[in-house]
Design a protein around this ligand. Sequence first.
Ligand SMILES: Cc1cc2nc3c(=O)[nH]c(=O)nc-3n(C[C@H](O)[C@H](O)[C@H](O)COP(=O)(O)OP(=O)(O)OC[C@H]3O[C@@H](n4cnc5c(N)ncnc54)[C@H](O)[C@@H]3O)c2cc1C
Length: 242
Amino acid sequence: MMMNVILLAHTPEPDALVAAAAKICYRDVTASELLKVEEEAPSRKLIAELFKSGHMSTFEHVSFTFAVDGLSRVASHQLVRHRLASFSQQSQRYVKMVSDPEAVIVPDSIKSNPEALKIFNEAVERSQQAYADLIKLGIAKEDARFILPHGHSTRLVMTMNARELHHFFGLRLCRRAQWEIQELARKMLALCREKAPILFEKAGPSCIFGSCHEARFCGQPYKDMEELLRVRNEELGVRSEK
Ligand SMILES: Cc1cc2nc3c(=O)[nH]c(=O)nc-3n(C[C@H](O)[C@H](O)[C@H](O)COP(=O)(O)OP(=O)(O)OC[C@H]3O[C@@H](n4cnc5c(N)ncnc54)[C@H](O)[C@@H]3O)c2cc1C
């Protein structure tokens, strides 16, 4: 199953809004002057200064809402640890899970090893059969689900403000983060950059800002944003999207 990430909604004119928040702090401007159209360069400079000085509360005025499916519960468990984000996730109490091998995410390491894949597929089939049998016996979905694999796919809607997004990208685009959450973060960053190219001109792990903050250095720091966004799924051990 392919991971799908869609930007459902975002605050209008995110770059201009953060620049407006900065202007009220640093310039003698009235409320009605704040969103006066100006050249892109002053906003870019202002936002770069906010970023450099750590005045990141200004980034909290804009938010982005994504819909995601084809993500495993392994990854969603990590995702929902981000406390400043808002989540609505498909319930396994109310929605009956399909007995379909495609509903389970298969890591590439297993997919590329025929013996491992056989063990994996057999276990998935057994657990899905047991789930279906428990439901037939009248066991509630909320209890039958205990037998389902951790790799079962899920669906969710989440909202993060731009400050939290930067924090998220910093942690989850690191090459040491789990491959699936890296894939999710990469897709989210690409969508954010389409709508807020200045706010997300630079974002990602500490290596892209010049130094690694990770305890165990991966040895492959990202050189620039192009490389960060371009990195192929296969390099990450991510399953093919075909
Ligand atoms: C490489 C890696 C390995 C990990 N390994 C483990 C693991 O082995 N076990 C495990 O349980 N988790 C693990 N985690 C998850 C990690 O501990 C965090 O729960 C997760 O990354 C969310 O990060 P956060 O708390 O910084 O972010 P958010 O919850 O998104 O919060 C953003 C920021 O807000 C501030 N904040 C939020 N809530 C509070 C608060 N209550 N008090 C003070 N400040 C707050 C902090 O500055 C925080 O960084 C791992 C994460 C990574 C990236």
